[in-house]
Ligand binder design. Structure first.
Ligand SMILES: [Zn+2]
Length: 305
């Protein structure tokens, strides 16, 4: 039996105001929503920095370049505390809604801003805003020398090579056409050179805790319920796998609220009761995978067409 190893980590999406002002069509955002982002970049950041310091956790802060340029003092405190900064768009743009050229321009600009902010050290990781990815994403991350991604859901607790989004093909249904037009299998998945650290909506603070008018986001779930959901996912993975990753995704404007800070204290203390647990930034998880120090999964599916 392999020794028990559990790589746990927080991916903190430091969206600040960027996720609110990314209205996609130029429509206006109201100042109260923008103020929720300011709360995240200030009060939320301070509370999370204190939480991570208490448990000696180094996290990965996926930070839109807009946040760095708008809140340099706050992001500087994160950087100077030894946390990792990762890529998360410029103004939290969804790759799914951009042209290939727009996606490339956003990546180039955000890499330049993060690299400059970190004294020349290039960012190693990326997570897509709202996990709304595109077919161009993985080849572009390879092109820009990004090491790992945290946007896909092929697995939930095992790292693997991210399938190349541009190589995978499928036919969406369109009821305006004959059924014969869409009845085809999916093409074979082909691995890329990007390490995937799985994304997981069930380990994310936004859907249960962030009320957004008109959006499918609940906002008022009891933290006892979410504690049980996160605990059950951890318990199952610990029972089923000798080695696995447990990446939790949070937002300072959500997790900076008092009741959710208390939830994080509870889940960290619960997880820390298990043998083999290590907390680390996602760049370190990816490096463990690249060095062959932890097992992962191989993702298979599709057929040769
Ligand atoms: Zn985000």
């Amino acid at each position: 039996m392999a020794p028990k190893r559990v790589l746990c980590g927080y991916g903190v999406d430091l969206d600040a105001v960027a996720n609110w002002i990314n209205t996609c069509d130029g429509s206006k955002q109201n100042p109260t929503n923008v103020s929720r982002g300011v709360f995240g970049a200030t009060v939320g950041v301070d509370r999370l920095l204190k939480l991570f310091a208490k448990y000696e956790i180094k996290a990965t802060w996926f930070t839109p370049a807009h946040t760095i340029e708008s809140f340099p003092a706050q992001v500087g405190r994160i950087r100077d505390a030894g946390h990792e900064l990762g890529l998360h768009g410029y103004t939290h743009e969804y790759p799914a809604q951009l042209t290939a050229a727009q996606q490339r321009d956003v990546l180039a600009k955000s890499i330049a801003v993060l690299t400059d902010f970190c004294g020349g050290a290039r960012p190693r990781g990326y997570t897509a805003p709202a996990w709304a990815t595109s077919k161009e994403l993985i080849p572009q991350l390879e092109e820009f020398g990004v090491v790992y991604d945290h946007s896909f859901m092929h697995h939930d607790v095992q790292m693997h090579w991210a399938p190349d989004t541009s190589a995978s093909d499928w036919v969406e249904t369109n009821h305006a056409h004959d059924a014969a037009s869409w009845m085809r299998p999916m093409s074979k998945l082909k691995p890329s050179k990007i390490v995937e650290i799985p994304a997981n909506w069930h380990l994310d603070d936004w859907p249960p805790f962030q009320p957004v008018l008109g959006k499918p986001s609940h906002g008022y779930v009891d933290t006892d319920v979410v504690f049980r959901l996160w605990k059950q996912q951890f318990d199952f993975a610990y029972r089923e796998y000798d080695q696995f990753v447990f990446p939790i995704s949070i937002h300072p404007q959500v997790s900076g609220k008092p009741h959710i800070i208390l939830l994080h204290e509870r889940i960290i203390e619960y997880i820390n009761g298990f043998e083999g647990v290590e907390w680390m930034p996602m760049a370190d998880m990816a490096q463990e995978f690249l060095d062959g120090k932890i097992t992962g999964a191989s993702i298979e599916g599709g057929v040769d067409l």
